[in-house]
Write a protein that binds this ligand. Sequence first.
Ligand code: VGL
Ligand code: ZN
Length: 208
Amino acid sequence: MELTSRDALIVVDVQNDFCPGGALAVPEGDVVIPVIHRIAPAFGHIVLTQDWHPKGHCSFASSYARKKPGDVVLIGGEEQRLWPDHCVQGTRGAEIHPELRLERAELILRKGFRKEIDSYSAFFENDHSTPTGLAGYCRERGLERMFFAGLAFDYCVGFSALDARRCGFEALVIKDACRPIDVEGSVARMEAVFGRAGVKVVASEELG
Ligand code: VGL
Ligand code: ZN
């Protein structure tokens, strides 16, 4: 697959808390790092995202009196799954994993920083209408095709790729450069939605 200057690699949430030993560890989360290092040199543009929650965030089970991680609540009419406290602003868990060396990254986009709303997607918060600014950034920079890698396949990577399509970009998910959380069929569900939305799933070898 030929890459051009209009392509971008979006590396989603490769942070300590999503890697083994972290507060919301994705199984084998850290194995995406060498894969990302292998493909990154082929890209002219690299963007990182960082889940970045204030203490007491609405996605934390600990913010409610009688809830536990895995429970679901309604926020603004939308179902919100609750998680352990993770990626709290300024903590070690929120830092980009120290082994991820992407000095050429041009933007680190933080998301989920509003206490009362979560943001899985790098483009819109979970109300599906509040923009993060990433679509405008990509348009202004002339970026048209987004390749997604990182954590987690069935949450932040997946919702970011779907919203990229909604914003009129091409979206490809590099499957072996991601790892899923995989709760209650979330991977199969995401792959089905990808098919309908025109999100392509590719392997890192296809990038040459
Ligand atoms: C994520 C759950 C909660 C992710 C972030 O990065 O996929 N998942 N916050
Ligand atoms: Zn989060």
